[in-house]
Design a protein around this ligand. Structure first.
Ligand code: PGA
Length: 242
């Protein structure tokens, strides 16, 4: 496990974008596992800069997003479809046909999960999976539980997750109760995992996840088993590591 602590968020963003840029330069048709939420926004901004400077291109790349809310129209500004367009896709040359995000409005959600897994099987392996971290240890929307699911599946969001995400909606009632998420098995199959965590409010959960017992009650703790895990923390999130 490679844990890097950065003195500032701009430095972290540059390093994370650099890792992704390196991959794209070495392998233009890389499969990228993408995340949403507040955590990756600054990294996507750096990637857009590198693209604008023509240091990288996405023409041949393939992307798979971790998750999507159930029942939120794709045009809703808090859908992860809309988020990805706004923060990354509309600024770069990644072809629409290479973009994959679960469809949270499918009439048959089980079939949608199977469809997503079949697409993931088609690419065999994600080259680099970006992950944020929930306050309860979730990765993607794999919430703490007695057991975890390997493949893409429907989840009921925990109250703490809905509360954390309520800041993006008008009120808690508007936050969807369910989501489709890529499973832990798919995440752990990625060649490289980049876990990014910011802020003092996540210092304990990230420390527990990476140094405590491996338990499904802290899904991120399973990342300890991954052979190529890169962790990027700002000073606040990394305060318990020194
Ligand atoms: P955040 O969410 O990036 O908005 O903090 C991370 C997560 O819940 O996975």
């Amino acid at each position: 496990m490679d844990i890097r602590i950065f003195a500032s968020n701009p430095l972290l963003n540059t390093a994370a974008a650099g890792l992704i840029a390196h991959l794209l330069q070495a392998k233009p048709n890389a499969v990228l596992g993408l995340a949403t939420g507040g955590t990756p926004v600054g990294i996507y901004e750096e990637l857009i800069k590198l693209y604008t400077l023509q240091h990288i291109q996405f023409r041949e790349a393939i992307s798979f997003n971790l998750d999507e809310y159930v029942g939120l129209p794709e045009t809703h500004d808090q859908s992860y479809h809309a988020y990805m367009q706004q923060h990354l896709f509309k600024h770069i040359d990644l072809p629409q046909s290479n973009i994959h995000i679960p469809n949270g409005n499918a009439t048959d959600l089980e079939a949608e999960c199977a469809r997503y897994d079949a697409l993931l099987d088609g690419v065999k392996q994600i080259d680099l999976q970006i992950l944020g971290l929930g306050h309860n240890g979730h990765i993607g929307f794999n919430e703490p539980d007695e057991g975890l699911v390997g493949g893409t599946h429907l989840v009921e969001l925990k109250e703490e997750t809905r509360l954390a995400n309520a800041r993006y909606f008008n009120n808690l009632a508007e936050v969807p109760t369910h989501a489709i998420t890529m499973g832990i098995g798919t995440i752990l199959k990625a060649r490289t995992i980049l876990l990014v965590v910011r802020g003092t409010d996540k210092a304990k959960i990230v420390h527990d996840a990476l140094t405590g017992p491996i338990t499904t009650e802290n899904p991120a703790s399973l990342l300890q088993t991954h052979p190529n895990l890169v962790v990027m923390l700002d000073t606040e999130a990394g305060e318990l590591f020194s």
